[in-house]
Design a binder for this molecule. Structure first.
Ligand code: ZN
Length: 313
């Protein structure tokens, strides 16, 4: 973590958001969004996923989007891949961080990546070995993005012991980091505190961050719970775009604008300029017209006399 921020916000809208919109965003608008996000102070953006265009046509321009993002100085360019082929594509494109989706729920894993959780771990191991065979400057950080950690729309409750086992297996497979995702918006704050503590006890600071959805309105409450147990990295998306095409009813990441406002109001520096962040909504309104956008702060504005923790330029 850089010394000038307390919390790293990873904008996942161009990936998690756009893979679920009905309207396609053009490559031009994706580039505009990424540039504006970086200019507003976001340090990490998950810009796309490397999936077969047949399955998710919105991501057909993944390599071009990565190439654009890599031209922005200081930006950590992240992408997601569901399998070996996707991971290979992401590494060829030059991503700096690669998140592998590994579902703890067997039913979700089969629906999402057509592998059992253990097969997904075996695939992660192969991906990490491939990464290690590349020249040093071409090796991305690999994150195991454990999904359906807090519950599954197909299976219901997910075993916390199984979450811990999968986190340990991810590290043993060679992943540098493990993030926990509430893919389906099932988590509550007490559960967040408990599961993050359990996983940290097992893998220490390999535990990277929280990927939360606001499906049931508990997104920011869950952020506060995660802060209480020492989590300092959060995924969110502009306008709360997002969901999972293979987790029915799982809509909406936590809203970047609301998250930044809350953290900055609490005295936690995100490095983000609030005014520039709020101005970015127009890119979504123009780029994906008619798509529902979420968030309270974009509508209400910041409070009178709002003093953000990040010095605003
Ligand atoms: Zn998500």
């Amino acid at each position: 973590m850089n010394k000038d921020i307390d919390i790293l916000i990873s904008e996942v809208g161009p990936r998690d958001g756009l893979q679920n919109t009905k309207v396609f965003m053009s490559t031009e608008y994706k580039k505009k969004w990424i540039s504006a996000a970086a200019a507003a102070g976001l340090r990490e953006i998950e810009v796309c996923s490397f999936v077969p265009p047949k399955l998710i046509p919105q991501m057909a321009d993944a390599a071009e989007v990565v190439a654009h993002a890599l031209t922005i100085p200081g930006l950590n360019v992240a992408a997601l891949a569901p399998n070996f082929r996707g991971a290979q594509g992401a590494m060829e494109a030059g991503v700096q961080k690669l998140t592998l989706t590994i579902s703890v729920s067997k039913a979700h894993s089969l629906a999402n990546v057509r592998m059992t959780p253990d097969e997904a771990i075996a695939s992660a191991k192969k991906i990490c070995e491939f990464r290690d065979s590349l020249p040093k400057d071409k090796r991305p950080v690999i994150e195991s993005g454990l999904s359906t950690v807090f519950g599954c729309t197909l299976e219901g409750a997910v075993s916390e012991d199984e979450v811990v086992r999968m986190a340990v297996a991810s590290v043993e497979a060679g992943c540098d980091e493990v993030g926990l995702a509430d893919t389906t918006g099932y988590a509550n704050p007490e559960q967040i505190r408990r599961v993050f503590k359990k996983v940290r006890a097992a893998i220490g600071d390999r535990l990277s961050g929280a990927h939360l959805h606001n499906t049931r309105g508990l997104g920011l409450a869950n952020v506060v719970a995660a802060l209480e147990v020492g989590v300092t990295t959060f995924d969110s998306s502009l306008g709360g775009l997002g969901g999972c095409p293979f987790a029915p009813g799982a809509s909406g990441n936590i809203v970047t604008e609301d998250l930044v406002f809350m953290l900055e109001s609490m005295g936690l520096r995100t490095g983000i300029n609030m005014e520039k962040l709020l101005a970015m909504r127009s890119i979504l309104e123009e780029g994906i017209p008619g798509e529902p956008l979420y968030g309270y702060v974009p509508l209400a504005g910041v409070t009178k006399g709002f003093v953000p923790a990040t010095p605003q330029q």
